[in-house]
Design a binder for this molecule. Structure first.
Ligand code: AQP
Length: 330
């Protein structure tokens, strides 16, 4: 059976990029694959953070994932900080990847380079991400296109470790959806939709009020061309291409086919609003039901971390033994 691992940061509310690029696939994959999904809270402290806000967004994110369809009887969802093996394997991975590899990671370049006060964890976190993936011996990692670089590092580290110390790790492959892999910001369609954007005018949150979704889509940046056509290779048309791709990722038809039905941006935006709002409606309802009973959350998370620890411990022991550490007496 294929094993899958993927993760999401509790750094803000779930947006359409997270959903179409990753979570929608997670929900589908849990039907056929052995799937582990982790809320990577350890990664959320690589930049300045507020402890109370972290607690709140972790809780909201977990409720969100269950509301979107993750189900502990089909897959296992857990908090990264509840499985100590992540930190333990991370050290071995810091001693497997190189300074040069970490230095080339775009996140560090974007968020931290040149700032002496930046947390050291922001530089080394890709090694933790490698550990997150390799601990579960995952064959496949469903992610958005923005995570390709991290996946590549996990593959390099697995191969390097296996060549040096013996076959311990499965070398994972990325699973990137053909449509929805990179949802762009509605106000700046040259940038990906991101939780940490300065303004939320370009983001659609999956549990957002319908009126607000409608307003944001109505104001989405397009261009002066006035033609509804899908032209993914023309950067100036990024706004319209993005709207058509969002539509396609939900509706299932190709962006070109959808475009052929419209002659104005106004009607495209208005129909897209309806498609998005009605797709998200059942999730919003379930999310609000969870909000009234958050006590169940801890129990659900324990089911996930127990299952995760079992797999993670086996991998950790193999890796520690292969690298040359003595086995402790049980
Ligand atoms: N815009 C996007 N389009 C498609 N997929 C996306 N993902 C994120 N943004 C987009 C995918 O969502 C999963 C979880 O993402 P994450 O929160 O762990 O990582 P991220 O890429 O750092 O997401 P954000 O929203 O940009 O968060 P911040 O602002 O905190 O860095 C991943 O599979 C990712 O590919």
């Amino acid at each position: 059976m294929t094993r899958i691992l993927s993760g999401i940061q509790p750094s803000g509310q779930i947006h359409l990029g997270n959903y179409l690029g990753a979570i929608k696939n997670w929900v589908e994959e849990q039907e056929t694959a052995e799937s582990f999904y982790t809320v990577v809270d350890l990664h959320a402290i690589t930049v300045e953070h507020n402890p109370e806000a972290l607690r709140r967004s972790t809780q909201e994110l977990v409720m969100g994932l269950f509301a979107l369809g993750l189900d502990q009887s089909k897959s296992k969802t857990f908090l990264q900080s509840h499985v100590a093996q992540h930190c333990q394997l991370s050290w071995l991975m810091e001693c497997t990847v190189t300074f040069g590899e970490l230095n080339r990671m775009t996140q560090f370049k974007d968020k931290g380079k040149g700032d002496e006060k930046v947390r050291a964890g922001l530089f080394t976190y890709p090694a933790l991400m490698v550990a997150d993936i390799l601990l579960y011996q995952a064959d496949k990692v469903p992610v958005g296109d923005d995570q390709k670089q991290h996946l590549e590092l996990a593959r390099t580290a697995a191969q390097r470790f296996n060549n040096a110390y013996g076959d311990v790790f499965v070398v994972p492959s990325p699973m990137i959806p053909s449509i929805g892999a990179r949802v762009m910001d509605l106000q700046d369609p040259t940038r990906k939709m991101s939780k940490s954007s300065a303004s939320d005018a370009g983001l659609i949150y999956v549990f957002e009020e319908p009126e607000s979704i409608q307003k944001k889509l109505r104001k989405a940046v397009t261009d002066a061309e006035g033609r509804v056509e899908y032209e993914p290779n023309i950067p100036e048309r990024a706004g319209v291409n993005n709207l058509l791709e969002i539509y396609s990722a939900i509706d299932g038809r190709s962006p070109t086919e959808i475009a052929s039905e419209y002659t104005s941006y106004g009607s495209l935006k208005s129909d897209l609003s309806e498609v998005v709002i009605s797709h998200l409606a059942p999730f919003r309802k379930r999310y609000h039901e969870y909000l009234t009973d958050p006590s169940e959350l801890g129990r659900q998370l324990k089911i996930g971390s127990d299952a995760a620890q079992e797999v993670a411990q086996k991998t950790l022991e193999s890796a520690m033994s292969a690298i040359g550490f003595l086995k402790p007496i049980p």
